[in-house]
Ligand binder design. Structure first.
Ligand SMILES: [Zn+2]
Length: 223
């Protein structure tokens, strides 16, 4: 059984397949034994040289084990200028489009803008919202715009949001540990329980989604 951790900040030994998050300012990532994504996080724009970060992403984009761009996105909970966040997010969408690699998105209180940008950029690449823990209305709107959802502890441990997971289309679902120390197995168990399905069936669904988005057959086998 393969358990896929679509977004993690730590290398975890027990994971069958994990996409390690690398912040663009920490590129180049020289380990070719791990899958990773790289992006300029909205929290970091004011702290790093953003242009240099974009260049680093461009330089790493052709690496076979670099599977996605991100995390990148929009965040209204921070004081950093929103227009600047949007500028650098759009730049990363362009890189993702050019390379036909999916986006792993960090979005806080900016879903209307995110949907607007997706519509405007008419992108065919998959947009995966990581750490999704929004409400029903947001989930329904995002579904209409064909987003993918990656869910972790935040949603799964929130009793008020028990119904949200069931609402998300199975063929658009991923699971993640993000920056927590917990295991991805634990996340699969929690999610399987809420979905009333077996751990194995859930793993099969997520693996199918992963194969579909990342062309698993074409990927270098690192395990
Ligand atoms: Zn993260």
């Amino acid at each position: 059984m393969f358990e896929i951790d679509i977004h993690t900040h730590q290398v975890k030994n027990e994971v069958s397949i994990g996409i390690l998050n690398i912040f663009a300012q920490d590129l180049p990532f020289l380990n070719d034994k791990l899958y990773y994504s790289a992006g300029l996080h909205p929290w970091h724009i004011g702290l790093v040289n953003p242009e240099e970060c974009l260049e680093s992403i461009e330089l790493t984009i052709s690496k076979e084990n670099m599977l996605a761009i991100g995390e990148c996105g929009l965040d209204r909970s921070i004081t950093d200028d929103f227009a600047i966040q949007e500028f650098y997010f759009r730049k990363q969408i362009e890189i993702a489009k050019k390379s036909s690699k999916p986006l792993i998105i960090h979005c806080v209180r900016a879903f209307p803008e995110l949907m607007k940008i997706k519509k405007e950029t008419k992108s065919e690449i998959p947009w995966i919202i990581h750490g999704f823990h929004g409400n029903q209305q947001t989930a329904l709107q995002l579904m209409k715009h064909n987003f993918y959802f990656s869910v972790g502890k935040k949603l799964l441990s929130d009793q008020r949001k028990n119904d949200i997971l069931k609402l998300l289309p199975a063929e658009r679902l991923f699971l993640e540990t993000d920056d927590s120390n917990g295991s991805i197995s634990e996340i699969y168990s929690l999610a399987a329980q809420k979905l009333n399905m077996s751990h194995e069936d859930l793993a099969a669904i997520v693996l199918k989604n992963f194969k579909h988005l990342f062309g698993f057959e074409k990927l270098p086998i690192l395990i």
